[in-house]
Design a protein around this ligand. Structure first.
Ligand code: SF4
Length: 462
């Protein structure tokens, strides 16, 4: 009998699951912005000063890039803006400024960059040479004679994660072997019995990897503050969302209904979390600063469930950090064995994953044991299997905002079902993740963030 294949431990970092950046999409806004930012830094580090730059968007980035602000994002990355600390006003003003004055600072030089240098490739060629991933972008630099001097293909693989093809220089070093190794849901639960819960596993690894003492805690505090700031902004803003779909912001109205006692008492807890989810997703749709949790399109579910629970139950800083780590551990396993990207597996990878993360964290907060926490995540994901990605007009508004609110309700139900139904279920988290991957592979491309299927093409009144 042959020896079992080696199973490399998961080394995805917690603060890479939760990335702060502008909306509306982690794979179509944050990822492309990071990719072109890295392209810029690599060229400047090598002393390359092009005369002109160009970025070609392919696949889903081309199909829904306008609605997702991908063009704005790649310009911002090339101009040296960073998703995590960009001023939203400077981010939104850049394209207009480049239309009037098409040049950017480039390591002490000026380089030409015009909004028309972002090219949307409309080809439906899905051969691996043309489209190594549904979210592919090609960055090019030209000399003064118009000759190509450098080209890099980048992939935005979901949740703000990016990869380049071929050139490994500048790639972040993989962390050392984890102190609490896990490679799937089952081994995560085994380690959780040693390290005091799923979140305890991730925190043990992160603390061992930490280069500066306190950096992890500071990073988690920043994430928590970003969640709260985003909700506060979303509850303040009213009016219509941009993009021409005519979608109204509703979070403020929902909050007013709650404060006036007009929500049926048995529904108040979920209604409060749903108002928070609306606030976050409306900020995201408007291009505000949000946190990938695990993506921008599905950014509302996890923080909304956590914020509501934290306010009502008075969670301590340590409990909040542990909840972030528990939710993060579920995203790490899903990312490793399936995908967090709507362009790869449909919305089951975004809203499904976020629901599983929130269900697991809430179940743990409410006193669930390790098996119940795993089961909560499994239920949260299982009942999103097959969910397609079909944003109308390529905007992360309909069905996305309401879908996050439904995700909140599902996460609550999943946590409660796991706590109240006793026995372990017949479907494990690992099994449901495998099924999600296969379902995503079988899904036609029309249903994977192309706006060519589902609601995106069956709403004649739009
Ligand atoms: S439908 Fe789902 S996966 Fe697609 S953009 Fe909206 S939230 Fe993301």
């Amino acid at each position: 009998m042959s020896a079992p294949a080696a199973r490399p431990p998961i080394t995805v970092r917690l603060l890479d699951i939760f990335r702060i950046g502008p909306g509306p999409s982690s794979s179509h806004t944050v990822g492309p912005m990071r990719a072109t930012g890295m392209f810029r830094r690599r060229l400047i580090a090598r002393g390359v000063v092009p005369a002109r730059l160009q970025v070609e968007l392919r696949g889903s980035l081309s199909a829904t890039g306008h609605g997702h602000g991908t063009d704005r994002a790649v310009l911002a990355g090339l101009a040296g803006q960073h998703p995590e600390d960009v001023d939203p006003d400077a981010f939104h003003a850049l394209a207009e400024r480049l239309g009037r004055d098409p040049s950017i600072e480039w390591g002490g030089h000026r380089v030409r960059l015009h909004p028309d240098d972002v090219v949307f490739d409309r080809s439906r060629d899905t051969s691996p040479q043309h489209l190594p991933h549904p979210n592919t972008l090609v960055c090019r630099a030209f000399d003064g004679n118009g000759a190509l001097i450098h080209e890099e293909a980048w992939l935005s693989v979901g949740g703000g994660f990016v990869q380049t093809i071929g050139d490994e220089s500048g790639k972040r070093k993989a962390p050392s072997a984890p102190v609490a190794p896990f490679w799937n849901g089952e081994s995560l639960c085994e380690q959780a019995r040693i390290h005091g819960g799923l979140g305890g596993v991730v925190l043990a690894n992160e603390r061992a990897w930490e280069e500066t003492s306190g950096a992890l805690e500071a990073g988690l505090d920043r994430i928590w503050t970003a969640f709260r700031t985003c909700v506060a902004r979303g509850l303040r803003h009213t009016g219509q969302l941009p993009g021409g779909l005519g979608v109204l912001r509703r979070a403020a109205t929902m909050q007013a209904q709650l404060q006036a006692g007009r929500v049926e008492p048995s529904y108040r807890i979920i209604a409060q979390a749903q108002a928070y989810a609306y606030a976050i997703n409306e900020e995201n749709a408007a291009g505000g600063i949000v946190v990938t949790a695990p993506t921008n399109g599905a950014a509302g579910i996890f923080p909304a469930v956590l914020l509501e629970a934290a306010e009502r139950l008075g969670l301590s800083r340590d409990q909040v950090h542990r909840a972030l780590a528990t939710g993060g551990s579920i995203a790490m396993v899903i990312k490793t064995h399936a995908s967090l990207s709507g362009a790869e597996v449909g919305c089951q990878g975004e809203v499904g994953s976020a629901t599983a993360m929130a269900a697991a964290a809430l179940c743990e907060i409410l006193g669930g044991d390790i098996d119940q926490v795993e089961r909560a995540a499994e239920i949260g994901l299982e009942h999103n299997l097959g969910l397609t990605c079909d944003p109308i007009k390529g905007l992360v508004q309909a069905p996305c905002i309401e879908r996050n609110a439904m995700g909140v309700a599902k996460a609550w139900s999943a946590a409660q079902l796991a706590l109240n139904t006793g026995e372990k279920g017949i479907v494990s988290l690992d099994k449901v993740i495998r099924v999600m991957k296969r379902t995503g592979d079988d899904m036609r491309r029309e249903y994977k963030e192309t706006s060519e299927g589902g609601l995106a093409v069956n709403l004649p009144e739009c």
